[in-house]
Design a protein around this ligand. Structure first.
Ligand SMILES: NC(=O)C1=CN([C@@H]2O[C@H](COP(=O)(O)OP(=O)(O)OC[C@H]3O[C@@H](n4cnc5c(N)ncnc54)[C@H](OP(=O)(O)O)[C@@H]3O)[C@@H](O)[C@H]2O)C=CC1
Ligand SMILES: Nc1nc(=O)c2c([nH]1)NC[C@@H]1CN(c3ccc(C(=O)N[C@@H](CCC(=O)O)C(=O)O)cc3)C=[N+]21
Length: 295
């Protein structure tokens, strides 16, 4: 038996189509959702993501602005950029690409973003709203993972979910969303004892570690649904390629469904960023929120 592929790329096309249809409807009222992305320094991988975000934002009919600031940008200059975007009514979503260069205080920058424009869902207010089950801006990567899980499994209640990784941008919000779906949630990390045994209990296994192919097939419960968030650039056989945190070739023999890398969680992350920008725009204009694009 081999697992079914969860095609995040195809799913993201559907989500972006839904977003585009809402944007067309807003255009008739003279409203255009807008997303501003701020990138500090020159990281080639980040530049690829930022470019893709810009292309897809415009394809969905939204406004897109990119601010590329030099690597030696000061905290004050970055805060001033954020303040200007907060004050601009044409900007409904603000994303500051992470990680920031070491001399910058990313917590202060994120918490300076107007929470209603925080389409990453990283502001402490949105983190608190999500943690208490209130309406929030939900981080894009976990939101995309949840959409795929709901689509595949329907009701998730009572399932054992294991999230490997406890970062503020993926692991923790993923765990909160799964708890909100009434899963029994375990969050594992670098200090977890006997990670193999913990993973083997998972009906839903979410890997967000950043270590190429760390999770082999024999850590996976037969029939489990596996979501591989990891994006690791490795060189192999003389070329560079992307691999996940899960050893795909062995996992596919055991799981019932699995997301590939590339073509899994990554494209859904960008689709959810567009969905969050649309949601922020609707809220800013006092319009009803689009259905099926938020939790
Ligand atoms: N597809 C997408 O859209 C996105 C993909 N990513 C990818 O997801 C991965 C994770 O990203 P992110 O959450 O930002 O990463 P972080 O580096 O912030 O967090 C990694 C987590 O993995 C844990 N970890 C590290 N080593 C081990 C180990 N040996 N065993 C168990 N746990 C371990 C760490 O534990 P501890 O806390 O104890 O240090 C930490 O909690 C990366 O590959 C990243 O590129 C990220 C964002 C979006
Ligand atoms: N403030 C902030 N918000 C983020 O959401 C954020 C961030 N900072 N910093 C970096 C990470 C990473 N991230 C990805 C988004 C899309 C793909 C993606 O589309 N991946 C494609 C492959 C792309 C390629 O070929 O390189 C795929 O998996 O199929 C990957 C990674 C968002 N992040």
């Amino acid at each position: 038996m081999t697992a079914e592929l969860i095609d995040g790329k195809a799913f993201s096309v559907r989500v972006r189509g839904l977003v585009g249809a809402h944007v067309t409807r807003l255009a008739a009222q003279g409203i255009v959702p807008g997303l501003a992305v701020v990138l500090v320094g020159e990281d080639p991988a980040s530049e690829v993501y930022v470019r893709n975000k810009g292309i897809q934002t415009r394809e969905a009919g939204m406004n897109s602005w990119e601010y590329k600031l030099p690597a030696d940008t000061s905290q004050e200059a970055l805060m001033a950029q954020v303040a200007a975007l907060n004050a601009d009514p044409a900007v409904h979503g603000i994303l500051v690409q992470l990680p920031l260069p070491k001399h910058l205080d990313s917590e202060a920058v994120i918490n300076a973003i107007d929470p209603s424009k925080d389409v990453d869902g990283f502001h402490i207010l949105n983190v608190g709203l999500l943690g208490t089950g209130q309406k929030a801006m939900v981080p894009c990567t976990p939101l995309g993972c949840l959409m795929m899980l709901r689509d595949r499994l329907g009701d998730l209640s009572g399932l054992n979910a294991v999230v490997v990784g406890r970062s503020n941008i993926v692991g923790k919000p993923m765990a909160q969303l799964l708890l909100g779906e009434s899963c029994t949630v375990t969050v594992a990390h670098s200090r977890t004892r006997d990670l193999a045994e913990v993973c083997r209990r998972a009906d839903i296994l979410v890997a967000a570690v950043g270590r190429p192919r760390m999770i082999p097939g024999d850590w996976i419960k037969p029939g489990a649904t596996v979501i591989d968030v990891g994006i690791n650039r490795i060189s192999e056989d003389g070329r560079t390629r992307l691999v996940g945190d899960v050893d795909f070739d062995s996992a596919v023999q055991v799981a019932s469904a699995i997301t590939p890398v590339p073509g899994g969680v990554g494209p859904m992350t960008i689709a959810c960023l567009l969905a969050n920008t649309l949601t922020a725009c609707c809220r800013a204009h006092g319009l009803p929120e689009p259905e099926g694009l938020t939790v």
